[in-house]
Design a protein. Structure first.
Length: 158
């Protein structure tokens, strides 16, 4: 009996120093919704034609404006709207005036010479939209003063 007890004591003592390892996986789930953001970048500059009948970002001294469009899927289209009036200008400047805009895309999506109101499908990633705008007077000329107009870049689902 002494022999049996001694063996039991050794066996039990041997187990007390052994650690049992156990593991399991922790699962992470997530969903990313389709998204498209538009962030205005540089403002454009409109300059007058030599006869003062056109104010445009494409005239000498003018410059295009831009916006960054970031989409995480190809489910979106971008469009630019033309101005409908001056935001600020000398009195009567909107009379006999036609407004227009066009845009180009570079980066994840490329396009050029797209007229305002025409949608362009965009790829996932960042696309720079470069916008030109103009105001053309059919009768008369633009008076001296400060002028401001606005175009809108929109990203929407296809």
């Amino acid at each position: 009996m002494k022999k049996t007890l001694a063996m039991s004591a050794v066996f039990v003592g041997g187990l007390s120093g052994v650690a049992f390892a156990q593991s399991d996986d922790v699962i992470f789930n997530g969903t990313i919704a389709d998204s498209c953001t538009v962030v205005a970048g540089s403002a454009g500059t409109i300059a007058a034609s030599t006869d003062s009948t056109v104010l445009s970002s494409t005239e000498a001294g003018g410059s295009a404006g831009d916006a960054a469009v970031t989409a995480n899927s190809a489910a979106y289209q971008v469009t630019v709207s033309a101005p409908t009036a001056f935001d600020s200008a000398p009195a009567g400047s909107d009379t006999n005036t036609t407004f227009a805009a066009s845009y180009a895309a570079s980066g994840a999506t490329t396009a050029s010479g797209v007229n305002a109101g025409v949608q362009t499908a965009i790829n996932a990633g960042e696309t720079t939209i470069t916008v030109d705008a103009s105001a053309t007077k059919s009768v008369g000329t633009y008076a001296a003063g400060s002028y401001q107009l606005t175009t809108t870049v929109t990203c929407s689902t296809s």
